[in-house]
Write a protein that binds this ligand. Structure first.
Ligand SMILES: O=C(O)CCC(=O)C(=O)O
Length: 263
């Protein structure tokens, strides 16, 4: 399915929108296979412990290259949608491979992505968003994303620590759930969710016997140059990738992708 004006309006109204089948099953199956067999990715992956002590695994990197992950991140389908949402040229902030393993994958506590980003990385404006593409089906049982609809309009909420994660002020989350609907984003592999960096979201632990893997690519308005922890790519406009993800030679990701090392 294509990103439409209706999707754009929904994004601005709700703070998020899901585009069904933005990627085909063969495309996401290929990415999932590459990711599952990727030794460097597995070496660079680390855990983040949630408030109850469960671990959830991810790898995070900043630079784009010729790998399949980067072609996804630069794919025209995503970039043209993101540029409409941001209202200008987009830069790639980072990509993450989220690996919520069966029966053990921990939760992500309620937070706004900007709660992490403004502090750590010095972006002055919340002209940023995340794009999550499901590599495996995401259901309530395996801990799909949960969104508080319309919460991006609250602006930035204070964040503190919650386990090894950053969590939004609990009182604000509790009160916002009284006035805005909570939505579970159940998605099939190939569905893509776009969400504003101030939208409050979370996900529960994966206590099912199915993995929940996804790729999250995050974008910044290229003119919103951060004043610290500067990765040049985070304010350099992306050249969209218009090729066929299925027919190209697959290049491995390399160390020069600037992986985040767990602190
Ligand atoms: O995909 C998930 O379970 C949550 C991920 C998340 O909240 C994030 O990366 O900001």
């Amino acid at each position: 399915m294509k990103f439409t004006i209706e999707h754009l309006e929904t994004y601005h109204r709700q703070g998020y929108v899901v585009v069904r089948n933005l990627f085909s099953k063969p495309e996401v199956d290929l990415l999932n296979k590459v990711a599952m067999e990727d030794e460097l990715m597995s070496k660079k992956s680390f855990d983040r412990v949630d408030a109850s002590g469960l671990k959830t695994k991810l790898a995070l990197w900043y630079s784009l290259d010729e790998s399949l992950y980067s072609k996804f991140a630069r794919s025209e389908r995503i970039v043209s949608a993101v540029e409409q949402m941001l209202g200008g040229r987009a830069a790639h902030y980072h990509s993450k491979l989220m690996q919520k393993e069966p029966r053990s994958g921990g939760a992500w506590e309620w937070h706004q992505d900007y709660g992490y980003w403004y502090k750590n990385n010095g972006f002055l404006f919340p002209d940023m968003l995340s794009v999550l593409t499901a590599l495996t089906a995401a259901t309530k049982e395996n801990g799909c994303l949960q969104m508080i609809r319309g919460s991006h309009k609250m602006g930035r909420v204070e964040h503190g620590f919650s386990g090894e994660q950053i969590g939004a002020d609990v009182e604000k989350v509790t009160e916002s759930l009284k006035v805005m609907p909570l939505e579970y984003l159940e998605m099939d592999a190939g569905d893509t969710a776009f969400f504003h960096c101030n939208t409050l979201h979370s996900s529960a632990a994966n206590l099912s016997d199915k993995p929940r893997w996804s790729i999250i690519t995050a974008y910044n308005l290229a003119s919103n140059k951060p004043y610290k922890d500067v990765h040049e790519s985070s304010y350099t406009s992306i050249e969209a990738y218009r090729g066929d993800l299925l027919s190209e030679e697959i290049h491995p990701i390399s160390d020069s992708a600037e992986f985040l090392v767990k602190d």
